[in-house]
Write a protein that binds this ligand. Structure first.
Ligand SMILES: [Zn+2]
Length: 108
């Protein structure tokens, strides 16, 4: 088997990265909660920190590659102007019940 066959697809590599960040998030979340309960966490702004963590988790979850871009079936090249932003995949935020849904166009 040569190196090309051993490589993950870009989407699979992205999933590994998303999972890795998600695992790091889980550890961070656990440690932050412990710190907030500790004597020395009294000066931290719990609501602000928890809100940031919540928003981060939501953004991460919505960004997971979820479905091949419909253009793949039309034999079109994926570009930055495509809904997939050139990745060939739509994120969870653009997919519901296995189908693409309209978005408001926000990207950050
Ligand atoms: Zn596309």
């Amino acid at each position: 088997m040569d190196n090309e066959e051993e490589k993950l697809s870009p989407a699979d590599e992205a999933m590994v990265d998303f999972d890795s960040v998600n695992n790091t998030y889980a550890l961070l979340s656990l440690q932050v909660r412990r710190l907030l309960k500790s004597e020395f966490g009294k000066h931290l702004h719990k609501d602000s920190i928890m809100s940031c963590l919540h928003n981060f988790k939501n953004e991460l979850m919505w960004g997971y590659p979820s479905m091949a871009c419909p253009h793949a079936f039309a034999n079109k090249k994926h570009e930055d102007t495509c809904q997939c932003k050139g990745t060939g995949f739509l994120p969870r935020s653009q997919v519901k019940d296995g189908k693409r849904v309209a978005t408001n166009g926000s990207s950050s």
